[in-house]
Design a protein around this ligand. Sequence first.
Ligand code: PLP
Length: 376
Amino acid sequence: MQTTPLTESSLLPLVPAYDSILELAPYQTGKPIEELTREYGISDVVKLASNENPMGCSPRVTLAVTEQLGQLARYPDGNGYYLKQALADFNDVNIDQITLGNGSDDLLDILARSFVGANDAIVYSQYAFVVYSMLAKMQGATDVEVPAHRFGHDLKAMSQAVQDNPNTKIVFIANPNNPTGTQLEHKELRQFVASVPSSVLVVLDEAYIEYSPESNNRALIDEFDNVIIVRTFSKAYGLAGLRVGYALSSVAVADLLNRIRQPFNVSRIGLAAAAAALADQDFIEKTRLMNDEQMRWLEKQFDALGLGFIKSHANFIMVEMDDEDALLINQALLEQGVIVRPLLGYGLPTWLRITVGVAEDNMRLIDTLRSILTDD
Ligand SMILES: Cc1ncc(COP(=O)(O)O)c(C=O)c1O
């Protein structure tokens, strides 16, 4: 994968559609377990880097996936009827208010391609999910990054930024936010939506909503036609490997998105697995309880180690490595088989983002971190 900056001359005589495409850096994924095993010969790896569900997924998914195995020669239902019907019931919306995606990243991409052109702007917060700024660059649009307030979205400043940039087409808001774990109050979010012109699409990215049900802003869809909520089966539902996400919006917006998306953007197995996972809300409840309990335990350990952290409403937590270079600590953790996420790319060089694991994984993380910090 290309990691050095691209230059115009390196592609010549080919020329990308927009100069800003040359500024794109490849998305940094959490290191796969297989890669660490290959590089360091460690077989006993703990991955706390991609906000996946360490409990796996609902056992109902296995059955649903097995049932599809005899049908792999057949295309999936391009309309995803059964999954959409289940999501409509679950979210109390009409089926034609739903768009399915190959993960929620696919939906974010479809949104940018549908609404944002080269003369437009995308507004998002500093320290918000990195894909938003990448989409602006991909579309050749202006990316307006609004300084964060205490690591979270500063909605007043974001509203001002929309006013200052009348060509704004989309505002992206992650709630809870990745990587900071911060959450917005419903009241202030509603005020924000009311403050922006109805020609601006407000995208609420609720990838971690199951960990923070109180941040659910589903009601805004009924009130504002320019609000869209994007969710995923990759996090609490434990289906990151299958790539399924969905969007809730007005009928008109869903109609547009459904014209832009690829005809079979969710696989046959993905559709069946997501429907089975959605039906097992007990699993989601167990996931949430485990996450809450382990989050409290981790907070205590970070306190005991004298490490600062940001209160998180999701399944990960951002921890500050004092004045230490978090990249060095990250490297030392990797060498001992623990994968976490450094945040240099977010302009947070002293911070690590750690996904909450099951008790055993978290103990291993803390023991390894303690030994690294006390060895110095
Ligand atoms: C805030 C946020 N939005 C969207 C995504 C994309 O998730 P997926 O494409 O797996 O649904 C992520 C994944 O890390 C995320 O953190």
